[in-house]
Design a protein around this ligand. Structure first.
Ligand SMILES: C[S@@+](CC[C@H](N)C(=O)[O-])C[C@H]1O[C@@H](n2cnc3c(N)ncnc32)[C@H](O)[C@@H]1O
Length: 345
């Protein structure tokens, strides 16, 4: 049997039945790791480097810009002062053993320089009362960088106060036989000022009873006193499926897509209808779709015209079909001779 060569975020082999971009299932392989496909897709991009697309329907903005470039960030945010910033930068790991332009691994000092620059640009444009979320990873094969380095770096910016440290627990993982299964994704939460926060609930019913308390002379148990029959997500999220090819929200070609449910939870808890939300690392456009569905104006960009194009197409596709992704169909149907699982028996 042929051995799998696909690896996860940390370079560990992924069993073939868990691989996301298997050609027999998805229409488009991982774009950032395939220069030929990437070059071809550039022909179908409406924006070139430096350009911004303005949505005439709901006022979203999507650009091909660089998060470390102050002028770029000031230009796309214009007069907006976002009250919610959701950023999912490259994690400084050679993702799937491919050190690509989009998801690259570099010297830690260079990565920290990159981090300082984009964080400072966000600080320049964010609202006085705002939430600031960052997805990041800890590479166990390289002394857990860059997560602790990033957390320590953030102490240089006292205007951003640490608020929480969330772990999203994936259902799938690796290392089940010889190690604790690696199932975590980390999300750092900071705030500037005193932004509003709306409590969220999961779909998971409360199952533990019997915390008794005397209320107005009557002995009540916890379920009677609850505001909801369901548990809150807390800071360990166990109710979110990671994105893979069988889900409607899957965007073929995008290797680092975040689950829409996770981003919607951030939007619902940490912003209000009509607010603007900034995401400097758009990729598959998850934040844009979340904002579209929840009535927020999203300002987002990616350094790569291909991912910016996918971001805009995903919004257009959603408006046309109500679908949040392409599952295993190709977001670029104009590509000649491409395999499209949706049209093949
Ligand atoms: C981890 S992905 C973001 C995934 C996204 N949250 C989603 O759900 O699809 C990181 C993205 O950042 C982009 N990127 C890398 N360096 C950048 C920079 N300096 N400015 C803007 N985007 C950048 C990459 O092209 C890649 O698409």
């Amino acid at each position: 049997m042929r051995k799998s060569t696909q690896t996860d975020l940390f370079g560990h082999p992924i069993p073939s039945n868990l691989q996301q971009n298997n050609r027999s299932r998805a229409a488009l392989d991982r774009i950032d790791a395939d220069p030929t496909i990437h070059q071809k897709l550039l022909n179908y991009c409406r924006l070139t480097v430096g350009q911004v697309w303005q949505d005439s329907v709901k006022g979203h903005r999507v650009g091909v810009l660089d998060a470390t470039n102050t002028e770029d960030v000031l230009r796309i945010t214009a007069d907006d002062r976002p009250s919610l910033l959701i950023n999912d930068p490259p994690y400084n790991v050679a993702v799937g053993n491919a050190n690509t332009n989009n998801l690259s691994k570099r010297e830690l000092s260079a990565y920290m320089d990159f981090s300082r620059r984009w964080v400072e640009n966000c600080i320049r444009v964010m609202g006085d009362n705002a939430h600031f979320y960052v997805w990041l990873g800890a590479d166990v094969r390289d002394n857990f960088q860059p997560l602790p380095d990033f957390m320590i770096m953030m102490r240089e910016y006292p205007q951003l106060a640490p608020r929480n440290f969330i772990t999203l627990r994936n259902q799938r993982g690796y290392g089940t036989q010889r190690n604790w299964m690696w199932v975590r994704q980390e999300l750092l939460h900071y705030i500037q000022g005193d932004p509003d926060f709306t409590v969220q609930y999961t779909d998971i019913p409360k199952i533990l009873r019997g915390y008794y308390k005397n209320v107005n002379g009557k002995l009540t148990e916890n379920l009677e006193r609850s505001k909801s029959n369901n548990i809150r997500p807390g800071n360990v999220w166990v109710d979110i499926q990671q994105v893979f090819y069988r889900l409607e929200e899957n965007v073929p070609g995008c290797y680092a897509q975040k689950p829409l449910k996770a981003i919607e939870r951030l939007v619902q808890s940490s912003s209000k209808t009509g607010d603007s939300v900034l995401d400097c690392f758009s990729h598959s456009g998850t934040t844009l779709i979340a904002g579209e569905r929840l009535g927020r104006r999203v300002i987002t960009f990616d350094i790569d015209p291909v991912f910016t194009e996918i971001t805009i197409r995903r919004l257009e596709h959603y408006r046309k079909t109500g679908k949040t992704g392409w599952q295993w169909h190709n977001p670029f149907p104009e590509m000649e001779g491409v395999y499209d699982a949706g049209t093949t028996a």
